[in-house]
Design a protein around this ligand. Structure first.
Ligand code: ADP
Length: 607
């Protein structure tokens, strides 16, 4: 999970290979567009090299016509008179620039569109893949890290293909082509130019490294700042209650100042690099000029050739200048790509087996048969636990915290698979059914129900996507929610805030019950659904829950034994085992854990 950057070229290339191989299907889909872009890119490179040639001919064939040197024989040019030739060459200059501009447009736009299409497809795959990964993965993964992969890593890949990789290819091709032409024009001058390249490369690489170091430090600091700010804003209630504003502001201001200084330093280093580069280019140009003019004087080179040379030199140095910057960016993008692939290659631990089939409508008989389960790197949370619940029975799971009650229902939902034994519904192991068909038939109401930032109607419909408005209203009525929803300004279309903060706890619960009701599920799980509600809300919610669970097999996790009292069966869990089981009367008669706890709660409530 840790961030890595390819250290050397080999690692980089193998990373790139892995990325291309992994995303080949998506890349192939854009094959046509990519081919067109690449052809345009080749054309652009050729035209770029042609650019100084009209000027060369103007020099050699018009201005210095009488100059006695061996020059490129272009007999075709001798057929024109001077003015026609000049006009033609001037027009050629414009046409070449125009063509090159269009080709550059086609290749950049084509590549950008292709990259965006490829990466949005990858992003969609990644998003659905993350959602399919098991809870055992999500328990360990950091939410921030996953979000970074879906947003930042993907964006970086996209950006780099367009902003860095494309220019790098174009510039490298241009540079190689120009070097070829330079050698063909004059070997000696070309060798002088080539000799300067390594010095140039070394200087820019060292400077880029320094810039990179400061920039990385600044980015890290900004990450910390963002995290601190998010933390403080998220906990604004506590911050204000403890009057921590000014202290937090001071810390923030300090970090802000440091980040500012680092940013200024990066800018200064960049400006310094630009200056050094300009000087190096000037030195290279002057050496070539110094030797070149001598060659022109002795007649081995035409003035036009020298012009081509100098122009090429400037152009060829440009990609060298950006090489260090681009390779840095590309290395980071490769790391991003690998992080994405690492995630995509994770196989969900809980998944449909090859022979899984859609579950038929359940009658609702639930059995745990010798189930043992441990969270990763922990001792057994459930120890050889067995229990049987008949269709339509209401059972209460009670016992001290940490006894394994929530884990038990997680296994029923198949959020995890047991390491030993099996969970059966209607006599079949859960692993025989497809996950989707299993979970569709189980409704759940938690202690703190999560509402999404959407309309109330949608929040209820999340329980069953194909629900009609009529069914939504019926579910809301069943959940004692219809009246208060209608009293809201926009009724069912009212958008509830993040985590439903605009509604009271009782109202949120009733919407969650409506969401559970709309599924009409044969199995219902209630995890302390009335904790923290005032008496009035509790009555409304309990009433709604009674209706919700009328015909379904129901598991109620509760600490309040008054609510457990009416259950058909009560299971007292401790240490991942069922210590006692039976009706309220039976367990009271038994006079052990349950009875002790019940009497204790009664004394507390009476006093
Ligand atoms: P209960 O619902 O009875 O309070 P739980 O099923 O929540 O009990 O927890 C049983 C034990 O499993 C506890 O010791 C708890 O710390 C541990 N546990 C629960 N959830 C996780 C998890 N996601 N990862 C690791 N351990 C867990």
């Amino acid at each position: 999970m840790k961030k890595k950057r390819p250290k050397n070229l080999n690692e980089g290339i193998s990373g790139l290979n892995r990325i291309v191989k992994h995303f080949l299907p998506q890349i192939r889909q854009q094959g046509g567009l990519l081919t067109i872009s690449f052809l345009a890119l080749l054309a652009e490179t050729g035209l770029h090299m042609l650019e100084p040639w009209p000027l060369k001919f103007i020099f050699d064939e018009i201005i210095f016509k009488g100059f006695k040197v061996e020059r490129l024989e272009v007999p075709f040019l001798d057929n024109f008179n001077v003015i026609t030739l000049l006009t033609l060459l001037a027009v050629a200059l414009v046409i070449i620039a125009l063509l090159r501009g269009s080709m550059a447009y086609v290749s950049t736009a084509g590549m950008a569109v292709a990259a965006t299409k490829i990466l949005s497809e990858i992003r969609a795959n990644l998003y659905s893949h993350i959602q399919s990964l098991s809870l055992s993965f999500h328990n360990k993964a950091k939410t921030g890290d996953l979000i970074t992969r879906v947003t930042y890593d993907i964006e970086r890949l996209r950006e780099v293909t367009v902003v860095a990789a494309l220019p790098l290819i174009t510039n490298t091709l241009t540079m190689v082509g120009m070097l070829g032409v330079m050698m063909w024009l004059n070997m000696q001058l070309a060798l002088i130019a080539v000799a300067i390249f390594p010095i140039f490369l070394m200087t820019t690489a060292t400077m880029s490294k320094r810039i990179h170091k400061v920039a990385t430090k600044q980015r890290q600091r900004e990450g910390v700042m963002a995290a601190n700010a998010a933390e403080a804003i998220g906990a604004i209630k506590v911050v204000q209650a403890l009057s921590l504003q000014s202290r937090l502001q001071k810390t923030f201001a300090k970090q802000n100042q440091k980040s500012l200084n680092e940013s200024a330093q990066t800018q200064k280093l960049r400006a310094g690099q630009e200056r050094t580069v300009e000087v190096l280019v000037a030195i290279a140009t002057s050496i070539v000029l110094w030797r070149g003019v001598q060659l022109v004087m002795v007649g081995t080179l035409t003035p036009g050739d020298l012009l081509v040379f100098i122009t090429y030199l400037k152009v060829a140095f440009k990609p060298m200048r950006q090489l260090a910057k681009y390779t840095g960016q590309i290395a980071k993008a490769i790391a991003s790509g690998e992080r994405i692939i690492d995630l995509l290659e994770r196989v969900p631990e809980v998944r449909d087996s090859k022979w899984a089939y859609p579950a038929p409508p359940f009658r609702g008989m639930v059995e745990f048969s010798g189930v043992s389960f441990a969270y990763e790197n922990q001792n057994n949370t459930l120890n050889n636990l067995s229990l049987t619940v008949l269709p339509g029975q209401k059972v209460a799971l009670v016992g001290a915290s940490g006894g394994g009650k929530s884990t038990l229902v997680s296994l029923l939902l198949r959020l995890y698979d047991p390491q030993q034994g099996g969970v059966l519904i209607d006599g079949h192991d859960l692993r025989e059914y497809t996950l989707d068909s299993l979970r569709k038939q189980i409704s759940i109401v938690l202690q703190e129900s999560i509402l999404f930032a959407a309309s109330i109607k949608d929040n209820i419909a999340y329980g069953c996507v194909e629900a009609t408005d009529k069914e939504i209203e019926m579910a809301a009525r069943l959940a004692n929610a219809h009246d208060f929803i209608m009293a809201l300004p926009e009724g069912y279309d009212t958008v509830v805030g993040e985590r439903g903060s605009t509604l009271s706890g009782g109202q949120r619960q009733r919407i969650a019950i409506a969401r559970a009701a709309i599924r009409n599920a044969p199995i219902v799980i209630l995890d302390e659904p009335t904790v923290g509600l005032d008496n009035h809300s509790e009555r409304l919610v309990t009433d709604a829950l009674d209706r919700l669970t009328q015909t379904s097999t129901t598991f109620l996790i509760t600490h309040d034994l008054r609510t457990a009292k009416n259950a058909d069966q009560i299971f007292y869990l401790e240490g991942g085992q069922v210590l006692e089981q039976g009706t309220h009367e039976q367990l009271m008669k038994l006079g052990k854990h349950y009875a002790t706890l019940y009497r204790l709660q009664q004394t507390v409530q009476v006093s």
